[in-house]
Design a protein around this ligand. Structure first.
Ligand code: ZN
Length: 54
């Protein structure tokens, strides 16, 4: 079984960008997916921070 990296956002093959800010090390095929993936990640971070504060 080959574990080919896929774009975390659109699931396309051969993603070239690795998101170093994300601890999961997710990969993205392009800037748009990187941007969207980071937006999701930041939203998730903000939400978990808000839950921790309450
Ligand atoms: Zn993509």
């Amino acid at each position: 079984m080959r574990a080919e990296p896929r774009c975390a956002q659109c699931d396309s093959e051969e993603p070239k960008i690795i998101c170093l800010r994300n601890p999961a090390g997710e990969r993205y095929c392009g800037r748009l997916c990187l941007y969207q993936g980071q937006a999701n990640f930041i939203r998730w971070l903000t939400r978990s921070n808000a839950e921790a504060a309450s």
